[in-house]
Write a new protein. Structure first.
Length: 102
């Protein structure tokens, strides 16, 4: 007799489970995007202050601005991917619910 444990127990998931997972991932990316915007605004304020008070040249902030821009692109692409996946699984889930109810 085979022993049942987490290594050999079959797991079943449906599209509804995936909808929730991708929705949560999308929401987390949206939150991350908002925070990245706050960081970019704080960088601008700090840059202006240091430029005005201490004559720190703007080019000193170029790498940080570039990193924020790259990260923002990654976050946006991830959010879009998660949103598309969520919608696809939602459509599949709705279709499966209709098929089962017939």
């Amino acid at each position: 007799m085979s022993k049942i444990n987490s290594n050999n127990t079959p797991k079943t998931y449906d599209a509804g489970d995936m909808v929730e997972a991708y929705l949560l991932a999308y929401e987390q990316m949206a939150d991350t995007s908002v925070m990245l915007g706050v960081i970019a605004n704080e960088l601008e304020r700090t840059k202006e202050y240091l430029s005005n008070v201490y004559n720190v040249p703007e080019l000193c902030f170029n790498n940080l601005k570039r990193i924020i821009a790259i990260t923002n692109t990654i976050v946006q692409e991830s959010a879009e991917f998660n949103q598309v996946q969520e919608q696809q699984y939602k459509t599949e889930w709705e279709a499966n619910k209709k098929a089962v109810s017939l």
